[in-house]
Design a protein. Structure first.
Length: 348
């Protein structure tokens, strides 16, 4: 990518998906929130008659704190992880190192605010593995995703901790970590200075339209992060959802879903990797797979003609038009994807 590539960085999977297509481009687990969560949100409609209260905010933060073994003052409720990225410039970094290939929203937010960024592009031949020593010493902010969109790679918590040092903020986007059994390698529970973890309710709970998530970090860091937020930055429904999704029954449901994702992914991976010319990143731990196919652009278009939408890969720094990302869905839907892929790569 060259010149001002911000238009490409702004590309999202929802643009690849379109009405009528089987959607393997967007990675949200459910097409609407589960029934129990819908009733909680419906009950909370009555709260819309008043401004979101400090008590409701505190109750949400307490629920998050209990879930992650933190203190309520180490929690900031956000309008999605995306708001967390938008707030990063408030920390006034001088040089932000972005670990790529990865979700591009943090880079955009930082560049749009005039922050100098440096891309640290992980090596495909090394399995897109994080190596802390690749990050420039002078970076006073490092941003990475775990597990990473779009590679699906889960970095070891130990390697992430190696990035920490005085005067540096390490931002870990854990938007997908609730799809990993046991939330293995999560650093959400670690009260380390300079560690800022972003979480999202979007993917697990079918809530992209609500905009709900939270940050975990040192209270001073959170205060700096939120310095320029408006009054009542998140609405009462968001506070309700955050609280509800931290309850033990919700955690249990997300863990069941994580186990299912693991099974479905293993099956899909084996089938796709068995097709001629299709390479799959095998160390996959998220509910999507990164593929490489010759003539990727044509493959994506041919899949579309067969009613299947997949996410283009070339808008992610470090990837090109031969990279495609596909969501892991229920086995029946996954079979449709495999069948369409087989048609395209075997028959052209
Ligand atoms: C890796 C990653 N992080 C964060 C987000 C944004 O999450 P939210 O919906 O909570 O803003 C996305 C959304 O696509 C994502 O893919």
């Amino acid at each position: 990518m060259s010149g001002d590539d911000r238009e490409l960085l702004r590309h999202h999977g929802d643009v690849d998906a379109a009405r009528g297509l089987a959607d393997f481009a967007v990675n949200v687990r459910l097409d609407r929130p589960p029934e129990w969560l819908r009733s909680r949100l419906a009950e909370a409609l009555d709260d819309l008659g008043s401004y979101p209260s400090a008590e409701a905010d505190e109750a949400a933060r307490r629920a998050v704190a209990t879930r992650h073994d933190r203190r309520p003052d180490e929690v900031l409720v956000l309008a999605g992880a995306a708001e967390g990225f938008a707030l990063l410039p408030a920390l006034r970094p001088k040089l932000a190192a972005l670990i790529h290939p990865s979700f591009t929203e943090p880079e955009l937010a930082l560049r749009n605010a005039g922050v100098q960024v440096e891309r640290v592009v992980l090596d495909a031949a090394d399995g897109y593995r994080l190596r802390a020593e690749q990050v420039p010493d002078e970076a006073d902010m490092v941003v990475l995703g775990n597990p990473t969109n779009p590679t699906s790679v889960l970095h070891p918590a130990e390697e992430i901790r190696r990035l920490l040092r005085p005067g540096r903020v390490v931002v870990v986007d854990e938007a997908f970590i609730d799809t990993v059994p046991g939330e293995r390698e999560s650093v959400a529970h670690l009260a380390e200075p300079g560690l800022l973890v972003l979480r999202s309710l979007t993917k697990m709970w079918g809530l992209p339209g609500l905009r709900a998530g939270y940050a975990l970090g040192d209270p001073r860091l959170l205060a700096d992060l939120g310095r320029n937020r408006p009054h009542w930055p998140v609405n009462s429904l968001v506070l309700t959802a955050v609280r509800a999704c931290c309850e033990p029954h919700a955690i249990a449901e997300s863990q069941r879903a994580a186990a299912e994702f693991g099974e479905h992914r293993a099956q899909l991976l084996a089938e796709l990797a068995g097709l001629p010319g299709v390479e799959v990143v095998r160390a996959a731990e998220a509910p999507f797979l990164l593929l490489r196919v010759p003539d990727g652009r044509r493959v994506r278009e041919a899949l579309r003609e067969r009613g299947v939408a997949v996410r283009r890969g070339d808008t992610f720094p470090g990837l090109d038009a031969d990279h495609l990302r596909v969501a892991v869905r229920e086995p029946e839907q996954n079979s449709l994807l495999v069948k369409a892929f087989r048609d395209v790569v075997e028959r052209g």
